[in-house]
Write a new protein. Sequence first.
Length: 109
Amino acid sequence: MLLLTAIVLAVFVFSAPWNGIVLGLGLVGEAGEVVFGIWYSRRRRVAADAERMIGATVKVIEPCRPRGYVSYKGERWDAVCATGADSGERARISAVNGRLLELERIAEK
């Protein structure tokens, strides 16, 4: 977005040599945005490791009858629960198939 703004300013507002300077600053700013975006997206590790997930408890955020969504360490996952589970209930992960979690409903006490 910064580069687009610099191009518009260089073409319609500034004259030589300022248009080249504005365009150069726009390029540097755009490169900075890209570097920041890459850094920001990679700064947080993945919260899920398939082997460690099995046996963990999750919170159901959309009813699983049989498919729904659950929250595991702040991440939203697709889930299947054969016995069904309602929103807000807890379930245990029994298997991981890619982005799909297979769940067992935890009986309430």
